[in-house]
Design a protein. Structure first.
Length: 298
């Protein structure tokens, strides 16, 4: 991995998740919501997936939500933090601690890989996607959600403006995130067939920015950017950000919105049975003929 790919401190990511593990059930609303949406997508697939992998399982939201959907007989759950994997073990499915950037699986073993809001913390996302594709059996399904670039846009703006005003400088206090186009290209590079990326927005209302930041800490989703300024945020800067957030975004009832953009990736491990695009020039009817016919019929 090159230095240019080292955006996140993975030890910090693991520490944040370990710290959040014990009390996550009080803050996991977003993980539960996206788990429901992801499992709903399985209802639209007329296939069974006997052996599945929950990649970055947190405390087991996917496992609890599946409830037999997708024909999954065994769901292997893994998480970067052993403390999270231990929480997921309560569901009775097998668990292990594993790094998404160095999966301990060789050859195509899984029928399905699910990943719920964890891959946005990976440095080498192209490599992680490639490993996931290689861990799938031919015609196996990959379904993953990540936080997109519009996530926490209100908090980003409020922190940036407060820091500039109070400290006459700016540091990366909120993690960078991908967009739809980026993820589509990365899935193609990783060799997925029929890749699709779509976007949804979840808006959560909070009493104030302090409540939002407490939730992010409880979720294990606080900043782990390597270049982040070390040490705690100055009290004056934090209070200015809280006030700025309210001034810019408060609703009529005084509550503030927090935007979470959810990007969902869907792709298949290549297989000869899948529908293939036509080769250039192989169409039976030319575009000119089709347009001429349509014009004559009008």
């Amino acid at each position: 991995m090159t230095d240019s790919m080292m955006v996140f401190n993975r030890r910090t990511v693991r520490r944040h998740r370990a710290r959040a593990a014990q009390g996550l059930n009080e803050h996991d609303f977003l993980f539960r919501e996206t788990a429901e949406r992801m499992c709903d997508r399985l209802d639209d697939v007329t296939r069974s997936f006997p052996l599945g992998l929950d990649l970055g399982c947190h405390s087991g939201q996917i496992g609890r939500t599946l409830a037999g959907r997708g024909g999954i007989e065994t769901l292997m759950q893994c998480d970067l933090a052993p403390e999270m994997a231990a929480q997921a073990a309560a569901g009775g499915e097998p668990v292990l601690a594993a790094d998404e950037e160095a999966l301990p699986f060789t050859g195509g073993v899984f029928d399905l890989i699910l990943s719920n809001l964890t891959l946005h913390w990976v440095n080498d996302l192209p490599g992680a996607l490639l490993q996931a594709r290689q861990a799938l059996k031919p015609d196996g399904l990959f379904l993953a959600s990540v936080l997109g670039g519009d996530t926490l846009r209100e908090l980003r703006q409020s922190l940036a403006e407060a820091e500039i005003a109070e400290e006459e400088g700016l540091s990366p206090r909120v993690s960078p995130m991908a967009d739809v186009k980026d993820l589509g290209q990365l899935m193609q590079r990783a060799g997925f067939a029929l890749p699709v990326v779509d976007s949804e927005t979840v808006t959560v209302m909070y009493a104030d920015a302090m409540a939002l930041m407490a939730d992010l800490r409880g979720m294990g989703e606080t900043n782990a950017v390597i270049e982040n300024r070390k040490g705690f945020t100055r009290k004056n800067t934090l209070m200015a950000a809280v006030a700025r957030y309210s001034d810019l975004f408060a609703q009529g009832d005084g509550k503030i919105p927090a935007t979470f953009q959810i990007l969902t990736m869907t792709g298949w491990a290549p297989d000869a049975s899948q529908q293939q695009p036509l080769k250039p020039g192989s169409a039976a009817t030319s575009l000119t003929d089709a347009l001429t016919k349509e014009t004559n019929e009008d």
